[in-house]
Ligand binder design. Sequence first.
Ligand code: F6R
Length: 611
Amino acid sequence: MCGIVGYVGKEQAAPILLDGLSKLEYRGYDSAGMAVYDGEKIVINKSTGRLKVLSELTHDGENMPGHIGIGHTRWATHGEPTETNAHPHFNESKTIAVVHNGIIENYLKLKNLLIERGYQFVSDTDTEVVAHLLDYYYKKYDKDPLTAVVKVIHRVEGSYALGIIFADYPDVVYSVRKDSPLIVGKAKEGNLIASDVPAVLKYTRDVYFIENEEIARLTEDTIEFFNVDGEPIQKQSKHIDWDINAAEKNGYEHFMLKEIYEQPKAVRDTISPRIKDGKIIIEELGMTDEEIRSIKKIHIVACGSAYHTGVTNKYIFEGLARIPVEVDLASEFRYRNPIFEEGALVIIISQSGETADSLAALRLAKEKGVKTLGIVNVVGSSIAREADKVMYTWAGPEIAVATTKAYSCQLVAQYLLALKFAQVRGQITDEQLKEYLHEIEMLPNQIEILLGNKERIQKFANRYVAAKDVFFIGRGIDYAISLEGSLKLKEISYIHSEAYAAGELKHGTISLIEDGTLVTAVVTQEELYKKTISNIVEVKTRGAYVLAVTNDDNLDIEKTADSVIYIPKTNAYFTNSLAIIPLQLFAYYVSVGKGLDVDKPRNLAKSVTVE
Ligand code: F6R
């Protein structure tokens, strides 16, 4: 994970680096640092804790003069989050500074070789190896920085996006990537590198997406690219037309709350361009009807919340399109030697498009010659670029670490896909399709209605800030909703929480229920209503306090549950889009009630670019 930035130009570098890092803090926030060439030497400032500590230390960058520099915000992998381990890292003579996002897998071997050659290490990081290795090759190859970078990337294994400055070349930033994201921004007053587009949007909308093992060399007014052997290559820039305000809080206390409230728009933006005159048009799918009919199996592969959307949509692809679906966690899928049959389609779901395991799963499927489709939010991200086809979710930038609006968009994108497949394969009539689409088009307004009920959920959440354990139960799609409700709560409130298939409770977990334990029962699937009610009775008999989330016509649930949250009626396949809203709000208000950092929960980062 981690975020890197770099700048060379007419302006003072440090404030620009800090500003860029503030847009990348979602990638890691346990320490931060900057290296700036001050006219005579490279100066490094770094600190543990949030970026604001570094801002204070450097007076918002003002006390670091110089027009060229690199910066880093860290999510520790190798070495604890201490000041010494924070980036940038120097070579011994402090003439080369490096920032790094990724993991150098063979760092121990390289470290030992360098120690044998007399290099001394000060940190526990894998990155310091890069600084010393650069030093080694720089000296060996006539102080030529490009050759040194080329030699280093031939030696290191793993993932990296690197920003590098050399004191001998005080007007050049070098950068290179493999399996960690990197973009170059071309601005009027100078040029920039960054891990992600929002970090440069204030200065430019013209960016280059750097591919694996491509090297960028930036000066104030030139940008050159080289391949892995140091030969010049040409690249085209892309114009980014995102709304810059989308990455600001706009008066909300937290990004998470803002993003929860953006869900009606995000869902609408994801579905409306794809529904025309009662038909589903997914042009980017690039599949003929014949190809859709020939799909024999779908593998949905993702991590975390994105995986949960796959668990839900398995029911929909199987129920409506009658295509068998396997849903896998990407970190398991890539190592389980999956069997791909003729006619398989692999769907990779990812907000960031950079999740290391999901990307590896995609590459595995491609290697085996299987068709791949990415459902991705970040335009131009690695998964979006590498998948055979990409269907974007139009959630806009999602900043809070806990996903909400991207999750909701991933759900509806898959609903449309499942319905498209169902219709082409003759499993539903045009009339049925119209009805399903009508229900889907109502979802944004129904989400709005649910968002209007936040005070009641806030009050309820305040009662549970001291909870020790919370359980979420449900059957079928309600179980999938429970998985996400539970993850939301635990990741931002640090309350232990588990989601259980309601029928599975009595096979062990029910022994954890004590007097007053909160059990949230999701009961939106009418066919399973009575079964889940029995499970509610089981936990209540053991002392649980039950909060039910159910459809607004299930009034008699009040006889069994202690509290009830009603959701507007929709088709059973689409209830996840509504039932998740109160659960997101519940998690949010518990976290706020506990005074926690909602947007940046401990130990997490938004984009998991390490395995
Ligand atoms: C939880 C959350 C994570 C992500 C997961 C996958 O709130 O956000 O579980 O869903 O890390 O990330 P992406 O979708 O970027 O691949």
